[in-house]
Design a protein around this ligand. Structure first.
Ligand code: TMP
Length: 214
C-alpha cells in the first residue's frame, strides 16, 4: 500500500524542525517506518544546491535562478527518495516542500504565482502532499529565534518586510487549500505545539496504528 506524505512549512524559526523530530518519534513508536527529509537537501545533489542557495556569498543571485535551484533540488529529492519511499509504504515527512517556494519566491520575492505553481508541479512530477502543516509565528520573533547569536544565512538576512510577506504568503496558501493545508499556532511550549500538531494529523496517522507498517 502506498505511504503517506506530510510536509511541514513556515517562516524562519517557527519550530517546525523541532516538531518534525517529535512527530517522527511519535509515529515510529507505533511501529510505522518514517522517512524524515529536509528541503533543499536530502540527496547529495540537493545538499550541494542547498549550500549555494544559503551561502551569504551568493548575494547577487537572480530571483529566477534562485527559483530554479530550489526546483532542481526538489526534483532530485522526489525522484531519488520520496517516490520510492512512498511506493514502499513509508510515511515521508519533509521539512519544507513546494509551499516554501510559493511563499518565498512567489509571495515574498514577487515572482509570478502561476509560473511558480507550474514549476512546482513540474519539479514534483505532480506529487502533492497528503497534508501540510504551516507553523505560524510572528515573523520577526521567528527570525530572531532562528539566527540566535550566530550569523544569518542568505534568506534569514532578508528584511522584516520580506519575512512578513513570507508569513502572509503561507496564510494565503492555507486559505486557498483548506483541505490539504492546516495552520498550527507555533507559539507556546514545544509540548503544547506537539499536541496541536498531533491533533492535525491524527486522522491520517491514527489508522496506521497497530499495523506495524503502512
Ligand atoms: P531551512 O532549512 O533552515 O528552513 O532553510 C531553508 C531556507 O530556504 C529558508 O530560508 C527558506 C528557504 N526556501 C526558499 O526560499 N524556497 C524554497 O522552496 C525552500 C524549500 C526553502
Amino acid at each position: 500500500m502506498r505511504g503517506l506524505f506530510l510536509t511541514l512549512e513556515g517562516g524562519e524559526g517557527s519550530g517546525k524542525s523541532t516538531q518534525l523530530k517529535r512527530l517522527v518519534r511519535r509515529i515510529e513508536s507505533v511501529g510505522v517506518p518514517v522517512r524524515a527529509l529536509r528541503e533543499p537537501g536530502g540527496t547529495e545533489i540537493g545538499e550541494a544546491v542547498r549550500n549555494i542557495l544559503l551561502d551569504p556569498q551568493s548575494g547577487g543571485m537572480d530571483a529566477r535562478a534562485e527559483l530554479l535551484l530550489y526546483e532542481a533540488a526538489r526534483a532530485q529529492l522526489v525522484a531519488e527518495v520520496i517516490e520510492p519511499a512512498l511506493a514502499a509504504g513509508e510515511v515521508v515527512i519533509c521539512d519544507r516542500f513546494f509551499d516554501s517556494t510559493t511563499a518565498y519566491q512567489g509571495y515574498a520575492r514577487g515572482l509570478n504565482l502561476s509560473e511558480v505553481t507550474q514549476l512546482n508541479l513540474t519539479a514534483t512530477a505532480g506529487l502533492v502532499p497528503d497534508r501540510t502543516l504551516v507553523f505560524d509565528i510572528d515573523s520577526m520573533v521567528g527570525v530572531e529565534r532562528a539566527v540566535g547569536t550566530g550569523d544569518a544565512d542568505r534568506l534569514e538576512a532578508e528584511d522584516a518586510a520580506f519575512h512578513e510577506r513570507v508569513r502572509s504568503g503561507f496564510l494565503a496558501i492555507a486559505a486557498a487549500e483548506p483541505r490539504r493545508v492546516r495552520v498550527v499556532d507555533a507559539s507556546g511550549t514545544a509540548d503544547e505545539v506537539e499536541q496541536r500538531v498531533w491533533a492535525m494529523v491524527a486522522d491520517l496517522v491514527g489508522p496506521l496504528d497497530g499495523r506495524g507498517s503502512v
